[in-house]
Design a protein around this ligand. Structure first.
Ligand code: NAP
Length: 335
């Protein structure tokens, strides 16, 4: 029986995660029972939400329990199967966890056929949960209209880069907020954003004002904190503020203070709506078909940041999200 390694939650982190928040455990490669299959995990989706899943308390999914395998979306190959719908060699996507092998009964698992010219990692990014989040967040929650101005934060990240590109496809003006001149250059020169604002450059308020002369109809927020607070000052009448995430707050050790500019919602007759992509599960096929068509037509770029490494590198790769090292979807491809 060969060995398989897995990260099990050892303690609830305070502030930034550290390697000792998990135990790296050696297990045996599982055998499939009747109606099950075993997956060799090849790609782990590294998500800001992982930080929240480690916390105790009420959220949109139950917390990972101490001693449980760390939750993760992943891709893998079926190694052995006693399931009628999954065969050895199938490429599959599911919540397989931070481990080298997983056993599954097929619940929530999808078979993937990798399209020509697309990398497998794209099925965790623009053609996976990331793409779904951008699609439903912008079009449904944000009720995007042609001619709107969209301001998206975390714009050079996985969700943000997709939001800006969908906005352009739909005939809107896309303005991104990202950290650093290189990310801002990429947004404008390679992804077709109309403008990008570097929130680390100094005067966020003045820079937003300059690049949103007609104000903002959709504020798609991935980061929270001061970027959200300043974005609120630029709302147009009837604007929609979409709360997708708040990565700047995830390592807080104290409750965040609310955005002090919230009265801009009243002045602009705006709405602020939070959403969780899982609520759109029954419409994933619609989004998947549209997103893959745009990718095939060359209108939507899949931006991936793949780190190839041993599973042991998982804690340090997760931290990259909070340092902003990644551009596009962060994936750990297991060596
Ligand atoms: P991502 O944007 O690819 O990666 C995180 C990025 O956040 C970093 O590259 C960094 O970019 C930025 N960042 C980190 N710390 C920051 C800070 N203190 N202030 C401002 N920016 C900071 O991650 P993602 O997977 O696309 O997720 C984006 C957001 O969407 C997250 O908040 C996530 O929780 C949320 N999300 C929500 C749903 C949902 O259903 N609601 C689903 C998926 C994801 P810079 O270099 O630009 O700082």
């Amino acid at each position: 029986m060969s060995a398989s390694r897995q990260f099990r939650l050892a303690s609830r982190p305070v502030g930034e995660v550290k390697a000792s928040d998990w135990d790296l455990v050696q297990a045996e490669v599982p055998e499939p029972g009747e109606g099950e299959f075993v997956v060799e995990v090849t790609h782990l989706s590294i998500d800001p939400a992982m930080r929240g899943w480690m916390n105790e308390g009420r959220s949109y999914v139950p917390p990972v329990q101490i001693g449980e395998v760390m939750r993760a979306l992943a891709l893998g190959r079926v190694l052995a199967s006693r399931h009628p719908q999954f065969a050895e060699g199938d490429l599959v996507q599911g919540a397989f966890g931070v481990q080298e092998h997983a056993v599954s009964d097929g619940s929530g698992v999808q078979k993937i056929t990798v399209a020509q010219g697309v990398s497998p990692a794209a099925y965790l990014g623009v053609l996976g949960m990331t793409g779904m989040t951008a699609y439903f967040g912008l079009l449904d929650v944000g009720r995007l209209q042609e001619g709107d101005t969209v301001l998206v934060s975390g714009a050079a990240g996985a969700v943000g880069a997709t939001v800006g590109q969908i906005a352009k496809i739909k005939g809107a003006r896309a303005v991104g907020v990202a950290g650093g001149p290189e990310k801002c250059r990429l947004l404008v020169e390679e992804l077709g954003f109309d403008a990008a604002v570097d929130y680390k450059a100094g005067d966020l308020h003045a820079d937003l004002r300059e690049h949103t002369p007609e104000r903002i109809n959709v504020l798609f927020d991935n980061v929270g904190g001061e970027v959200l607070n300043q974005g609120l000052t630029r709302l147009a009448h009837g604007a929609r503020v979409v709360i997708c995430g708040a990565i700047s707050q995830y390592n807080n050790t104290e409750a965040p203070s609310g955005p002090s500019n919230y009265m801009a919602l009243l002045v602009s007759r705006a709405t602020m709506t939070g959403f969780v992509v899982f609520d759109y599960a029954d419409r994933y096929p619609e989004a998947a078909a549209q997103l893959s068509q745009w990718v095939t037509e060359g209108r939507l770029t899949s931006l991936e940041h793949t780190v190839r490494g041993d599973i042991e590198t998982f804690p340090s790769v997760l931290l990259e999200l909070f340092k902003g090292t990644n551009t596009g979807k962060l994936v750990l491809e297991l060596a």
